[in-house]
Write a protein that binds this ligand. Structure first.
Ligand SMILES: Cc1ncc(COP(=O)(O)O)c(C=O)c1O
Length: 346
């Protein structure tokens, strides 16, 4: 049995999703004539309570379209130190939009007013002008953590009062909603733009979407074109998104239960350090004791035994991710393999 815990991006489209894709009605999306893309955009805009939406190739692209649309060249965005936009998007804000990125340390990947006060720079020609605040919910590198609605309201109110635009990297927004019980509209209401990824927990082969007001989304659509992301018969892909919204949202709670099961199993194994309270969604971060070896050692040993996970950020830290293609048996097998690896001498 192969157990793929590296990422929820490894999910493969189910047969039913493939069938929905195969029967999708299509047209040329570049000129706005793909009926399935149009249906997906209208559906998501309505779901999120926003005026408009634009379909994108990836969550990275949707984030970068948002930065382009919300900022001018010479601006600066603020993001928590562990934010995906700051670390894992190839410096794209600078390369594509001429926007610098300033990382602010928060708490478990989340920013609050106390972290941001005094950080806005404007009206002085020495500085890039701070115009955009980017948050992430749920977080990735910071451990799959979620914001409370109260905290999001507080931070976004502060940002808007201080004339900042706000963007949410909501690559895993549905995971956050599943845990916290708020709706995507509750969250989107706080932000100017929100990106959502279809190819993570929702199980699509690719695709993302950006929502916002008409004017901002029109700018984002232009950004998509200049990034080479304007598509043609994209309805084949958009159909997977429509299918996922109908069939793969409610089941995210199972991924979270499996993550907790995995975390509880890991906590019983010698040479593992894990904070069980930090496991909120589908990402399980833990550390191996340096006396046993490094994260890379465990990654290699586990892979040799059919369990794949990522070593990340520092020599002891690893990430395992539960998703659509992981069930309880996979979790139990992974725990067994981790135990065998970590109980033996390296
Ligand atoms: C929080 C977050 N945002 C954006 C992305 C980018 O997604 P993609 O690599 O599919 O463009 C990721 C990917 O892991 C992510 O975790």
């Amino acid at each position: 049995m192969l157990v793929e815990l590296r990422s929820d991006t490894f999910t493969k489209p189910t047969l039913a999703m493939r069938e929905a894709m195969m029967s999708a009605e299509v047209g040329d999306d570049m000129v706005g004539e793909d009926p399935t893309v149009n249906r997906l955009e209208a559906h998501v805009a309505e779901m999120f309570g926003k005026e408009a939406a634009v379909y994108a190739c990836s969550a990275t692209q949707a984030n970068q379209m948002a930065i382009w649309a919300n900022c001018e060249r010479g601006d600066e965005l603020l993001i928590e130190t562990t934010g995906h936009i700051g670390i894992y998007e190839s410096g794209a804000p600078a390369v594509i939009s001429g926007v610098t990125t300033r990382c602010i340390p928060g708490e478990c990947g989340r920013l609050d007013v106390e972290h941001l006060q005094g950080q806005i720079r404007r009206g002085d020609d020495h500085y890039a002008t701070t115009t955009l605040l980017c948050l992430e919910n749920s977080t990735n590198i910071a451990g799959g953590r979620t914001y409370s609605l109260t905290q999001l309201q507080r931070v976004c109110n502060w940002a808007h009062t201080n004339d900042l635009r706000t963007h949410l990297d909501g690559a895993r927004i549905f995971n956050a909603c599943a845990v916290r019980g708020y709706s995507v509209a509750d969250i989107a209401k706080q932000f100017d733009t929100v990106s959502v990824c279809f190819s993570k927990g929702l199980g699509c082969p690719m695709g993302a979407i950006l929502v916002g007001d008409q004017k901002t989304i029109a700018r984002a659509r232009r950004a998509r074109k200049l990034m080479g992301g304007a598509l043609r018969q994209a309805g084949i892909l958009a159909a997977s998104g429509l299918y996922a919204l109908d069939n793969h949202v409610d089941r995210l709670a199972e991924d979270h239960q499996n993550a907790k099961r995995l975390a509880a199993g890991l906590a019983e194994i010698p040479n593992v350090n894990i904070d069980l309270d930090a496991v909120e969604t589908n990402l399980v971060y833990f550390e191996v004791n340096p006396e046993w070896g490094t994260a890379a050692d465990l990654e290699k040993r586990a892979a040799e035994n059919g369990v794949k996970l990522f070593s990340v950020g520092g020599s002891q830290r690893l990430r395992a991710c539960t998703h659509l293609d992981i069930n309880e048996d996979h979790v139990d097998r992974a725990i067994q393999v981790f135990r065998e690896c970590l109980e033996s001498v390296r």
